[in-house]
Design a protein around this ligand. Structure first.
Ligand code: PLP
Length: 387
């Protein structure tokens, strides 16, 4: 049996979304929120615009890109762009975990785009990136949140592409370098690396994406919530502090708080360093572990945000998959009820295991304090399962 550790993490928040608030957050961060005001009033629009401006500055978004606030979180942002630009040419869909597969379902079953090609891989792997055809549109997730597998870089993306690259970057933005020159539409939500609230999405568009929006009209009807063009032109107001429908000014205030904190830790560089340090802490522990390993097979593809672990214990080799899954769930439940770690079970569609959020708002010292508890909880759960 493993002895019960004594040092507890200061914060047990290791969920992969919504993610931990920034260190020191409390509701005073929202004191200046423009609640009870119209979101179309000048000061409210200025607050929304501030989210865009400060996000742009931190992320190093090129001057000629547009950045707007859209409804329905990251899903809203991704679907808005898929519905608005796809169908003009064939599309390559890359999927290696459940969110990427969700976008495949949108394209194949909902939009029913006949000329789509699937480039898929199992949990833990990436599809063959060298076979992507950039004369077509390409849809991919920068960081697969449910497998902990990310693209290692953007070297595989053609600089002189004809199609558009559409990238769901929700669990990568603010924690990984995004190669803007290789991307055309990029989405994220506030509830991930900066620990903001869900419900609002960010959509960033390159000049080429805008060109597509203004030169192509899809065949299908467009719900109001997805309309980014007006009379064939980009609806500029969405990129200048206006929104399609009503946002929460509380959430907007919270997003500004997250951005201020991001600036205070050194901007993008500081955020990336914090996330990398979190991955390094888990890597050191995995290196000595007799029962857990990274789900990501290639170290270059290991996510520093959604850190996914699989069970490699010899004990598990002699058990059926259901029993192993039940045991790892029991371990996660125990840590939850002890107040040591919340929400660290692997995603419902992913292989049995654990998922630790290592985004910038998580303190490395908290992850370090958690790791011995994982050993303890696994050992307890195994012994309960063995009887
Ligand atoms: C890669 C990815 N895409 C999309 C989503 C959905 O995000 P939201 O719930 O903000 O719409 C998530 C949420 O975890 C995600 O990780």
């Amino acid at each position: 049996m493993t002895t019960r550790p004594t040092q507890r993490p200061n914060r047990p928040h290791f969920s992969s979304g919504p993610c931990a608030k920034r260190p020191g957050w409390n509701t005073q961060a929202l004191d200046a929120a423009l609640v009870g005001r119209s979101h179309r009033a000048a000061p409210a629009k200025a607050r929304i615009q501030e989210v865009s401006d400060r996000s742009r500055a931190i992320l190093g978004l090129p001057e000629d890109w547009r950045l707007g606030l859209v409804p329905a979180s990251d899903t809203g942002a991704v679907e808005m762009i898929l519905w608005s630009v796809l169908g003009a040419r064939g599309v390559d869909m890359l999927a290696w975990e459940s969110f990427g597969s969700g976008w495949v379902a949108d394209v194949a079953k909902q939009l029913q785009i006949k000329d789509h090609r699937l480039l898929e891989a199992d949990y833990g792997q990436l599809p063959d990136l060298s076979s992507v055809d950039f004369s077509r549109d390409v849809v991919f997730t920068w960081n697969g949140t449910t497998s902990g597998v990310r693209v290692p870089d953007a070297d595989w993306i053609a600089g002189d592409r004809e199609g558009l690259t559409i990238c769901d970057a929700t669990s990568a933005a603010f924690a990984m370098d995004l190669a803007w020159d290789k991307l055309d539409a990029v989405t994220w939500s506030w509830q991930k690396v900066l620990g903001g609230e869900a419900g609002h999405g960010m959509l960033a568009l390159s000049p080429r994406a805008v060109e597509r929006l203004e030169s192509y009209t899809p065949l299908w009807p467009m719900p109001k919530i997805f309309r980014i063009t007006k009379a064939g032109k980009l609806n500029q107001s969405i990129f200048e502090g206006s929104t399609i429908n009503t946002p929460s000014m509380l959430c907007v205030e919270d997003a500004i708080d997250g951005l201020s904190w991001a600036e205070s830790v050194g901007g993008l560089e500081g955020l990336i360093a914090r996330s990398k340090a979190n991955l390094a802490a888990v890597e050191a522990w995995v290196g000595d572990s007799a029962w857990a390993a990274f789900l990501a097979e290639d170290p270059a593809t290991r996510s520093s945000t959604s850190i996914c672990l699989k069970i490699t214990d010899e004990w598990a080799h002699e058990r059926d998959a259901k029993q192993v899954a039940a045991t790892v769930k029991a371990a996660a439940r125990r840590l939850d009820s002890e107040g040591i770690a919340f929400d660290i079970g692997s995603y419902r569609d992913a292989p049995a295991g654990l998922r630790l959020w290592g985004g910038a708002t998580v303190e490395t010292s908290d992850l370090e304090a958690l790791l011995p508890w994982l050993d303890w909880a696994w050992s307890e759960a195994k012994s309960d399962a063995t009887g």
